[in-house]
Design a protein around this ligand. Structure first.
Ligand code: FE2
Length: 375
């Protein structure tokens, strides 16, 4: 790979880091160390983990160098250390944490300078810069996890670029006439998954053909207004952060008391909540394949991750790469797939084949949904 491409990698790494720092800029060290939820890490853990993952892959694995802090890496292993115990670990904090992040980055750039990256690179990690794309995606995905936690911080103001991303991804959920439009997709065979070239995670490959029966899918996600009507009819549980205030509901994320816009897509609903809504409407959630096939004709993609009816399973011919713990350990019927992306998702992450997954009862993620049905 040319030095120009290496410069592009270095610049993208630096942009991702600026994004990370912009998120924590309004916070003090005490807030970075606070446990706000048993299902989310204190931000200090996320920051150390971002740097440690970088050190592991770009400095130790690619550069063959020794770790800066000996055994520290095991406290940042996401599988070994469930979120509820992360605050009890001897992780780096405050000034020590900041200088670790800077030291790792300096070494990363030094290693990058000396490696050969290109389409013919022998090491599949280096081929087409795979490992650098992976690291960038990792940091940007952690930015979204951090934003999940930041919804719990009273008085937290979104930094300007995130506030812009949020409002520009918002789309009114109903058409001008107020009628819910659907898209009809005929029966057929479709290619699913990421193409063989270009960056993608192992769970998006191999690209393969699936046969789908005819189906219909809503052109837009379910709105706050529609969800509110469903709650009133059935007594269903509200989305996370909604609170009743006299005779109406308000959004209390980040400690605000904001009015709920009935035309925005509903956010912070669990798979169970979404599934309940679709059944009541005489419909169902789309499968992840239906979602991927219909995506080019759908509005409102990118405001909230959209739940699908699909379990998180391996595609036929799946091969774990570069490590088993990214996808393979999560395959099975415990997790449901979400597609698309949310206002908090960086465009580099939100490709059409990207598969997100979470437990069906979770709604701390920026999750939305739309309805489908058999044609
Ligand atoms: Fe991670």
């Amino acid at each position: 790979m040319s030095s120009a491409s290496k410069a592009a990698i270095a610049e993208a790494l630096s942009e991702a880091r600026e994004r990370t720092f912009a998120l924590i800029e309004p916070l003090d060290d005490a807030q970075l160390n606070t446990v706000y939820s048993p299902i989310l890490s204190p931000l200090a853990w996320d920051l150390g983990h971002i740097a440690n993952f970088e050190e592991l892959w770009l400095v130790q694995t690619i550069g063959g160098r020794e770790p800066l802090h000996g055994e520290l890496g095991r406290f940042y292993d996401a599988i070994e250390n469930p979120r509820r115990i992360r605050d009890e670990l001897p992780i780096l904090r405050d000034e020590e944490l900041r200088s670790y992040m800077a030291d790792v980055r300096e070494r990363t750039l030094d290693v990058l300078d000396g490696v050969e990256i290109g389409p013919d690179a022998e090491d599949p990690l280096l081929r087409d810069g795979f490992v650098y794309e992976m690291l960038l995606a990792h940091e940007l995905q952690h930015n979204e996890t951090m934003l999940q936690l930041l919804q719990l911080v009273d008085g937290y103001e979104l930094p300007p670029q995130f506030a812009t991303e949020r409002s520009s991804s918002r789309i009114a959920g109903t058409s001008a006439s107020g009628a819910l439009e659907t898209v009809a997709i005929g029966a057929g065979v479709h290619e699913i998954g990421a193409p063989a070239h270009g960056f993608a995670y192992d769970n998006e490959r191999p690209r393969h053909v699936v046969e789908l029966a005819a189906f219909e899918i809503d052109r837009t996600p379910v709105t706050n207004g529609a969800y509110l009507a469903y709650m009133e009819e059935t007594g269903a549980v509200p989305p996370l952060y909604w609170q009743r205030d006299c005779d109406h509901w308000i959004d209390t994320a980040r400690g605000r008391r904001a009015p709920i816009d009935p035309t925005d897509p509903v956010l912070h609903v669990s798979w169970e909540q979404a599934d309940g809504f679709t059944r009541r409407a005489g419909k169902r959630l789309p499968t992840e394949f239906e979602w991927e096939v219909a995506r080019p004709r759908l509005d409102g993609v990118g405001y909230g991750w959209e739940w699908t009816s699909s379990d998180f399973l391996a595609y036929p011919g799946f091969r774990a790469f570069p490590y088993r713990d990214y996808s393979e350990v999560f395959f099975g019927d415990s997790y449901k797939v979400l597609r698309g992306g949310s206002w908090a998702t960086h465009t580099r992450v939100a490709r059409p084949s990207f598969r997100n997954w979470d437990l069906p009862q979770r709604n701390q993620i920026f999750s939305a949904f739309r309805c489908a049905r058999d044609a």
